[in-house]
Write a protein that binds this ligand. Structure first.
Ligand code: I3S
Length: 130
């Protein structure tokens, strides 16, 4: 027997810190705001969390400091390496959603950004099949 329904058993999961900025919001270009973000891939959804250090939450609510900032439904999204003119940073990924939002994801360490590239791409491809 299996603990999980077959449609969920092979879903990809990953968590870690990435630098990210939103650049397009529902088709509208917005000003970059690069910030490190605790990033979680779970169930075909990518969630970016605010950096607790830069959040305005008071210290009295430490337990709830890591709050979701953006949630991206990977179904119908596309991921590619960003063109050089998109950013002066190295290792920049471009994530476009079906809803017309666009995020840049970046990390200096090649192995880390490649792991994210592969796992997000695989998640997107799996969602196409379901
Ligand atoms: O695409 P841009 O406008 O060159 O992006 C840079 C700006 O967002 C800049 O902030 P200001 O808008 O306050 O100048 C950021 O500090 C830079 O990091 C952005 O460029 P990179 O090349 O790092 O994505």
């Amino acid at each position: 027997f299996s603990f999980l329904p077959s449609s969920q058993s092979h879903q990809l999961e990953k968590a870690g810190v990435l630098n990210k900025t939103k650049v397009l919001d529902s088709g509208k270009r917005i000003r970059k705001n690069w910030a490190p973000s605790w990033t979680v891939l779970h169930g075909g959804i990518l969630t970016f969390h605010r950096d607790p250090k830069t959040s305005t939450t008071s210290s009295s609510s430490k337990t709830s400091q890591i709050v979701p900032e953006y949630t991206v439904d990977l179904k119908g999204s596309s991921l590619s390496w960003a063109h050089k003119e998109k950013s002066s940073k190295k290792n920049v990924l471009e994530l476009k959603t079906r809803q017309g939002c666009e995020y840049l994801l970046q990390y200096d360490t090649d192995s880390i950004i490649w792991d994210w590239h592969n796992v997000v791409l695989e998640a997107i491809q799996q969602l196409v099949k379901h």
